[in-house]
Each structure stands twice: as C-alpha cells, then as structure tokens.
Design a protein around this ligand. Structure first.
Ligand SMILES: NC(=O)c1ccc[n+]([C@@H]2O[C@H](COP(=O)([O-])OP(=O)(O)OC[C@H]3O[C@@H](n4cnc5c(N)ncnc54)[C@H](O)[C@@H]3O)[C@@H](O)[C@H]2O)c1
Ligand SMILES: C[N+](C)(C)CC=O
Length: 485
C-alpha cells in the first residue's frame, strides 16, 4: 500500500493471495489493509489537501503531472497489460486496449487541468464584480471493481488529481495489481507526498471506512447497485458528495432494416465480450419479430464458435469469469431462467475442454422466448448470458428497452436514421449507440440514468464532479446602506 509517500504493509500484517482466474494459481500476495490503514491514508490525504501541497499548485503544473502518468503508462504498457490479464483473465489484446484508453484518460485530464478557470458573471448590481470559480472538493475516497481494474481507477484518479484534490484509492481486493503498479508510476513522477494514497483491502473494512469517515469530502464508487446503496447511506453521515457508477441491463435493439451480418456480429460482441462482465454489456437483445428466427439462428451458430481460453494465448477470444463465486451467481441465474420458462438455446453450462477445468469458465449462453417480467431479463447477470425478446413497432421497442430499473447504455441498429433518432431520444440511458456497441472514450461523459448511478465520469463533466462551485462577489464601492437607522 502507498500511504503518505511510503510503501507500507498493512498495520495488522495480514495479506491476501491474488489468484489467476484462468488456472487458480497464486500470482501475487497483497497487503490486506483494514479500517486503521484507511484512516492513516485519509489523514495523509487530509493534511496534504489542507496544507495546499497540491490544490494550490498552478493548474497547468498539476496537469503536467497527470499527463506524465499517461506517458509512463504507455512506456510500461506491455507490463501493465500482462498484469491485468494475470489478474482478470481477460485477453491480452483487451488488456492492451484498456491500457491505451487509460493513458488517453490521463493525458486528456492532464490537458484539461488548466482549462477550468471559471467565468465572469454579468452582475446586475452596479459597481460590483462577480465571478464563478471551481475549486477542488478536498479528500476523495475512490472505490473500484474487478472487471476493468485500472481503467475504472484511471477514470477517478486522473480527474481528481487534475482538479486539485487529494485521493485515497481502494481497488477491488481481488484485482489490485495494475493499480499498485500505477502508484509506482505516481511515485516515479514525484507527486507530493500524501496527495495520492493507495489502501488495499476489502469493501467491508477499507471501503466502509472511506464511505463513512468525516474527513473524506467525496466518495466515488464503481460497482454493484447494492454496494452503491450501502455507500450512499454511509456517505450521508457527513453529507459527503457521491458519484456512483453502477450496473446495467442494457438493451440492444435490432430492426429488420439493419445490416444483418453487422448486427449479428456486433450483438455477439455486445454481450459476450469479456465473458459478459461489462457494466454496459448488451445482455438484452430486442429483435424485430420479422427477422427473429434468422437472427437468433445466426447468433447461436456464432456463439458456439467463441474460443474460450488463456488470455495470453492469441487464439483466445474470451477468458474465464473472475471467480468461483461469480460463476456460481451466473449459474444460479441460468437456473432461474430455465425455471421461468425461457428457452435455453445454447450454452447454459461449463465447457468440457480438459484444459479449461482449472479456470472459472462458462459457455456463452442464449435464452430465447424471454418476456419482460422474467428476472433474467430484468436483473444484471454480469456474465455471458443473453436474453432475446421481440418487438413489432418502434414504440414497443422503446417500452421494452426502458422497462428495467437500470439506465446505463443501449444501442439501436437500423438503416433508417429517423427511426434511430426516434429511439435515441426516448431511451432513458446515459449512453446510446446508433449502429455500434461499446465505444467509450475520454472526451465523452459516461454514467447512468435511473438506478445505474449518480453523476458522470469522463469528459469535462468527469472533471467537474471533482470540483465545488464558488461564487465570488466583490463590491467595488463599499459604503454604509443605513438599513438599520
Ligand atoms: N457503471 C459503470 O461504469 C461500471 C463499470 C464497471 C463495473 N460496474 C458494475 O460493477 C459491478 C461488478 O463489480 P464488483 O462485483 O466488484 O462490485 P462490488 O459492488 O461488489 O464491489 C465494487 C467495489 O466496492 C467495494 N465494496 C464492497 N462492499 C463495500 C462496502 N460495504 N463499502 C464500500 N465498498 C465496498 C469492493 O471491495 C470493490 O472494491 C457490476 O454491477 C457492474 O455493472 C459498473
Ligand atoms: C465502463 N466500462 C464499459 C469500461 C466498463 C464497464 O464495466
């Protein structure tokens, strides 16, 4: 762990084994911190903020530090990608792509740091001057999940530092490797001590302390909805600001006039990429009735051919699930789907291949004949499981698409751009893709409507999350007003 500019073990001396989900081998031993370690890190961040070691530095200088982290990430891209694949099982190409995105995020926010200078307001009061400035919020607790370990951390670390905050980062306890490595890079660039702190450990200990501690001004969390609710409650103790990036149950709407081959190919990628462990996975396919049979047949054929395997093998198209517990959760949803009367069209079990038996693999699975009230249609499975429903009008497609508690992302496939506009305007989601699925990048905001979250990451909105807005009013000709004569 990295606290107040020093690499430290947990105060309790406890450690945790980090497991490769492809073969269950121990790939590292990590410090296992608890509330005490979290409090030490919060204190360091508090002091660094209150003494102004960082927030009062010229914004362009802060930006240079943040940009430099991005440069070092590119320098060490191969090593970082290998660590991410060891830790998550995702393919090495996915990990390399993640690292490129991550470097871009640091360099984007490095560039944005000094472009947030505030504005002068036209004051309606004579002889006055009015300006609005943005200031850092203070000490930020940051909690990230295991599916995109470093990417989700980057979306928090880069804007928080660029805006002048100090941070305490807690990565998922099962995938800390790349975040630890990036703190080595943070040390290498010479960030003032206490500005960026890293505490490893569980959500129930370190995460809970960050959420409740009075000295944390903002908590930014990416993870599941139930954890989000717990954090929100804890954060209310001192009314800290909250930013929540939660789950999704994302519709992928395919009209009959879409390019068939492209829509099939992308529907496959929408749901089965990274074994479906993506918040914005297109796990709910809504296909126009007239092409349903042909579409599903093509999808099943392609799903059967997905090559599962070791993320380091270049022939592998998809890695394992993250853990035995998570695979068991996916299996229980498949059981629920069967009991609810959906038709299991393909998959629905673990692969037989002997070489995959030590990993947490699960076959790409498709359920047809699904209806909107089924739990497998409504709830986030977070695995390689696709549900298929049909619609026969654009209005029905919208109704079905919006009919969950989530509102993270969705896509529409059609050659008719008026129809695409109609759908895009009505989806209650933070991101809508037209004739595409999955793109996200540093320049555009990301976040959820409804129970998919609060606030936005990325884009200039992602920087603003980490600022307080202050109105400074100056009377240029102060004089008595004699109200109280
Ligand atoms: N919206 C997005 O951008 C986005 C991105 C990635 C993942 N996700 C979501 O993340 C979920 C999967 O990730 P997960 O299984 O790691 O989620 P999770 O909620 O179980 O854990 C996320 C993080 O929260 C911590 N945590 C757990 N309990 C806590 C508590 N009581 N207090 C404070 N922290 C606590 C964990 O240790 C971990 O670091 C999915 O629901 C997925 O959709 C969302
Ligand atoms: C936000 N994203 C798509 C990178 C990861 C979601 O799990």
């Amino acid at each position: 762990m990295y606290i107040d500019g020093e690499w430290v073990n947990s105060q309790s001396g406890e450690t945790r084994s980090i497991i490769n989900p492809f073969n269950q081998e121990i790939v590292a031993t990590a410090a296992e911190g608890n509330e005490e370690d979290a409090r030490a890190a919060i204190q360091a961040a508090r002091l660094a903020f209150d003494e102004g070691r960082w927030g009062t530095l010229a914004a362009n200088q802060r930006g240079e530090f943040v940009y430099e982290i991005g440069r070092l990430i590119r320098r060490d891209l191969q090593e970082l990608a290998e660590l991410e694949t060891l830790d998550t099982g995702k393919t090495i190409q996915e990990s390399k792509d993640d690292m490129e995105d991550i470097a871009n995020v640091f360099q984007y926010y490095g560039g944005l740091a000094d472009k947030n200078g505030g504005e002068v307001i036209s004051s309606p009061i004579p002889d006055s001057q009015s300006k609005v400035v943005r200031e850092p919020v203070g000490v930020c607790g940051q909690i990230t999940p295991w599916n995109y370990p470093l990417l989700q951390a980057a979306w928090k670390i880069a804007p928080a530092l660029a805006a002048g905050n100090t941070i305490v980062m807690k990565p998922s306890e099962i995938t800390p490797l790349t975040t630890v490595k990036v703190f080595e890079l943070i040390e290498e660039i010479g960030l003032p001590k206490g500005v960026a702190n890293l505490v490893l450990g569980s959500g129930a200990t370190v995460g809970a302390e960050l959420s409740v501690n009075q000295n944390v001004d903002l908590i930014s969390f990416t993870g599941g909805i139930e954890t989000g609710k717990t954090i929100m409650q804890a954060a209310s103790q001192n009314m800290k600001k909250i930013a929540l990036e939660l789950g999704g149950k994302n519709p992928n709407i395919v009209f009959a006039d879409a390019n068939f081959e492209t829509a099939v190919d992308q529907a496959l990628n929408a749901v089965f990429f990274h074994a479906g462990q993506v918040c914005s996975a297109g796990s709910r396919l809504l296909v126009e009735e007239s092409i349903h049979d042909a579409f599903v047949e093509a999808l099943i054929e392609r799903a059967k051919r997905i090559r599962l395997g070791n993320g380091f093998d270049e022939n592998t198209q998809s890695g394992p699930m993250i853990s035995a517990e998570h695979r068991a959760k996916v299996e229980s949803y498949v059981q629920i789907g069967k009991e609810e009367g959906a038709t299991l069209a393909v998959g629905g079990k673990r692969p037989d291949n002997p070489e995959l038996q030590n990993g947490f693999f699960y076959l790409p699975t498709i359920f047809t004949n699904c209806t909107k009230d089924m739990r497998i249609v409504q709830e986030e499975v977070f695995g390689p499981v696709l549900t298929v429903e049909t619609f026969s009008s654009k209005e029905e497609a919208v109704r079905l698409a919006n009919d969950t508690i989530y509102g993270l992302a969705g896509a529409v496939w059609t050659e008719d751009l008026n129809k695409a506009d109609f759908i895009a305007a009505r989806l209650r989601m933070g991101t809508v893709w037209v004739n595409d699925f999955h793109p996200y990048f540093a320049q555009a905001p990301w976040g959820g409507y409804k129970q998919s979250g609060i606030g936005r990451e990325l884009g200039h909105e992602g920087l603003e999350e980490y600022t307080e807005v202050k109105h400074i009013y100056r009377n240029k000709k102060p004089a008595p007003i004699h109200w109280f004569k």
